[in-house]
Ligand binder design. Structure first.
Ligand code: NAD
Length: 324
């Protein structure tokens, strides 16, 4: 056994696949999820599952007394940008206040290692000359979702300075694709690839492109899509760096360092699946940056991360197995 990991958000898209990979690599996993957006059937079979909130001190005390946890993999969050603008308080509760309770509790049980799922939303809208985005770029979130993740990053830093916490926060860019057994099942779905695939399966669904007048090669927004398996391999490398006390810093971008426009994704889906994708172009969404691409050299250099699925057609094919 390489270590026992508490996975929060283990019934969600990324958390369920993270658990699969942890087990396949010889770790033990304990799952915590309140099933608010996750699915019970996505949980990895035969591991201890605690249904409850990341901020529920009594459940946390039960978990940390029943299991000798070596590291927490904190993936649970509320992660809908638009909802966060309508209900900021929910986002600061779930993404900051509740994990703060978890930090206090884990430290009180002597667990001082955590890998945190952060987001490129902490950067806000980068200037043209700040792309690809480095970890040192200015952090100027433009919505409560990004801000709630950024303040939790800062809290982790204070726990490190004052209380002996060791942590790695990975700032995910656009996660996509699936493992053989588990895929993306958000409700509502807001991510591009599942939405394009949905428009094929569901003829009543009208796929929309939000703006084709951006200063990009074809006018549509560009994002850095990373396969969920590569992403989760990086999370495991981060856990290993903490457990084995290997050299690391605290913040890493996680993407491939290359971007695809919305139209390029539509055309890639057309090519791979051999179908037409009808769409309508509508107004830009407020606060949608033109281009978000990661500078991901640091995670490769420090954590020895080597992506294996950097192929947009493979990402689309794997996602298509779970399209609905
Ligand atoms: N999917 C992406 O493209 C993407 C991009 C950037 C960052 N992220 C980050 O990755 C993480 C996972 O995203 P996802 O796409 O798997 O989302 P998801 O909604 O599928 O998973 C989140 C899981 O957390 C659980 N959860 C939510 N609040 C909880 C709480 N208070 N207590 C316990 N469990 C709770 C949900 O039930 C769900 O199972 C999030 O932290 C998100 O911010 C995702």
């Amino acid at each position: 056994m390489k270590g026992k990991i508490l996975v929060t958000g283990a019934a969600g898209y990324i958390g369920a696949i993270a658990t699969e990979l942890l087990i396949s690599k010889g770790f033990e996993a304990v799952a915590l999820d309140d099933l608010s957006t996750g699915h019970k059937e996505s949980l990895f079979e035969n591991i201890p599952f605690y249904e409850g909130k990341v901020g529920d001190k009594s459940i946390l005390e039960k978990i940390f007394s029943e299991h000798k946890i070596d590291c927490v993999l904190h993936i649970a969050a509320a992660a809908l940008v638009e909802e966060s603008t309508k209900n900021p308080s929910k986002y600061f509760d779930i993404n900051f206040s509740q994990p703060n309770i978890m930090l206090e509790t884990m430290m009180s049980f002597g667990v001082n290692k955590i890998v945190f799922s952060s987001t490129c939303a902490v950067y806000g809208i980068p200037n043209d000359d700040q792309i690809p985005i480095k970890e040192s770029n200015p952090k100027k979130p433009i919505n409560p979702y990004g801000e709630s993740k950024l303040v939790f990053e800062e809290l982790l830093n204070w726990y490190k300075t004052n209380k002996g916490l060791d942590f790695i926060a990975l700032r995910f860019f656009n996660v996509a694709g699936a493992s053989m057994n588990r895929g993306e099942k958000h409700n509502p779905e807001t991510h591009l690839i599942p939405l394009v695939l949905k428009s094929i399966k569901n003829k009543d669904y009208n796929f929309k492109i939000y703006g084709n007048d951006y200063p990009t090669k074809d006018g549509t927004t560009i994002r850095d899509y990373i396969h969920v398996l590569d992403l989760n391999h990086a999370l495991i490398n981060a856990i290993e760096a903490l457990l084995d006390q290997k050299k690391h810093v605290n913040f890493y971008n996680l993407g491939y360092g290359q971007g695809y426009s919305v139209l390029e994704i539509v055309n890639a889906v057309k090519k791979v699946l051999g179908v037409e994708i009808p769409y309508t172009v509508t107004n830009r969404r407020p606060g949608d940056p033109a281009v978000l691409i990661a500078d991901c050299r640091k995670v490769k250099e420090d954590l020895g991360w080597t992506p294996q699925y950097n192929n947009i057609e493979e990402i689309i094919l794997s996602a298509n197995r779970f399209a609905n």
